[in-house]
Design a protein around this ligand. Structure first.
Ligand SMILES: Nc1ncnc2c1ncn2[C@@H]1O[C@H](COP(=O)(O)OP(=O)(O)O)[C@@H](O)[C@H]1O
Ligand SMILES: [Mg+2]
Length: 386
């Protein structure tokens, strides 16, 4: 939908902010521009809605050169969100959100109705409608900024470091909210950030820029983590990229062993049939199927789970720790569970939290190797869009 073709920007003072940048921004997905401060992210974003005019190359939207479009119509088709939200301080929240609809000639009542609908959509209580921006927290103001950008339902959203000014916990919430909204609305979003973790969390495609406004790599997040184009990108990605990359692999293909699970009221005889090769423990589960803890397998075989279980002697159960949802959580979560487990084995549960099996660190490592080799790791051409 948005094609950036060999675009450059040279400011009047001679600064080259963007240099021959080519990117194909896919429809209905989040494309992130990420890179260090001053690498031309804001300049690129603002060239898309012509707040800044490019000095070389061209930008097409649905095949049409934006230079040939009336600038007002162009901007109306693009919501714009900035850091610190940029709200009108003397206007209420509802009026802030209704700015563009009112400009488009909507009635006061209709604009207000739309504001309320959008407040709910971005996770704000509508009781805040009459407040002023200073009466909201930074995170809430940022939600208003997103609601305002969505007000006239533009197909495109341009977001410039929208969540950079809020603390990490609030930021996480805003990122999740954005992904939820995107799931519902399917906008074409260009999202600028200097934070690579944020890029990986929200991006369907990530363009890593380097100083001078040149493209270093353009790839989906899992590919970026597994196959950085060069040492500079690798450095920018930071530590643990292998582990972080595991969050893009599912656990559906991971085989878990139900044999290592035993009910808390099992007799010695019933326990004798339960075992998992290589594991000296059994996972004891309650009547609801939820894990209670690990018990020494040999001891259980002598006395039965009922005797060693929580009633018979809770001290004999090792904590089962965190469990992963089989088929739903990533290999990263499964590995984390195994690493933290006192037995070295991770516990898999279903959607209701009932134990479905156990799996060792070695088995998870084998699944990781299989996932890597199955996907292959072909390097991505720099500049090759898509
Ligand atoms: N109006 C301007 N005149 C001259 N240079 C500018 C102007 N705006 C930005 N720049 C320069 O262009 C480069 C890219 O800026 P910018 O796009 O804001 O980077 P980023 O958003 O990645 O931090 C920087 O070196 C910046 O100093
Ligand atoms: Mg910027």
């Amino acid at each position: 939908m948005i094609s950036i073709e060999a675009v450059s920007k040279r400011y009047p003072d001679g600064t080259v902010a963007v240099d021959g940048l080519s990117l194909e921004v896919p429809d209905r997905s989040i494309t992130v521009l990420v890179g260090p401060s001053g690498c031309g992210k804001t300049t690129t974003l603002r060239m898309i809605n012509r707040m800044i005019e490019l000095t070389g190359g061209r930008i097409l939207i649905d095949g049409e050169d934006i230079q040939h479009k009336p600038v007002n119509a162009l901007r109306r088709s693009m919501g714009y969100v900035i850091q610190n939200a940029g709200l009108f301080q003397h206007r209420t929240i509802a009026d802030n959100i209704g700015t563009v609809p009112r400009m488009l000639g909507w009635s006061k009542a209709k604009a207000r109705e739309r504001s309320m609908e959008l407040m709910e959509r971005v996770g704000l209580d509508t009781s805040m409608a009459k407040r002023y921006p200073y009466q909201l927290s930074g995170g809430q103001q940022q939600r208003v900024g997103v609601a305002r950008a969505l007000a006239a339902d533009p197909p495109v959203l341009l977001m410039d470091e929208p969540f950079s000014a809020v603390d990490p916990v609030v930021r996480r919430g805003l990122q999740e909210e954005l992904l939820r909204i995107q799931e519902e609305l399917g906008k074409t979003i260009v999202f600028v950030t200097h934070d690579i973790d944020e890029a990986i969390r929200v991006g369907d495609m990530i363009a890593v820029l380097r100083t001078g406004g040149r493209l270093a790599q353009y790839a989906p997040p899992d590919q970026l983590l597994s196959t950085p184009a060069d040492a500079a990108v690798e450095d920018f990605l930071g530590a643990d990229r292998g582990i972080r990359g595991l969050s893009f692999f599912g656990t559906d293909a991971l085989t878990v062993d139900p044999g290592g699970i035993v009910a808390s009221d099992a007799t010695a005889q019933q326990v004798s049939s339960r075992a998992t090769e290589g594991l000296g423990h059994l996972l004891v589960v309650g009547v609801d199927g939820r894990p209670l803890g690990w018990a020494d397998a040999a001891r259980l075989r002598e006395s039965g789970a009922a005797a060693a279980g929580p009633k018979g002697g809770p001290a004999q159960l090792l904590p089962h720790g965190q469990a992963f949802r089989h088929g739903e959580d990533s290999l990263r979560v499964a590995l984390d569970c195994a690493v933290l487990s006192p037995t070295g084995w991770a516990v898999a549960v279903d959607g209701e939290g009932r134990a479905v099996g156990v799996v060792s660190q070695e088995q998870i490592a084998a699944a990781i190797r299989a996932a890597h080799s199955q996907r292959g790791t072909a390097p991505v051409d720099v500049g090759a869009a898509r």
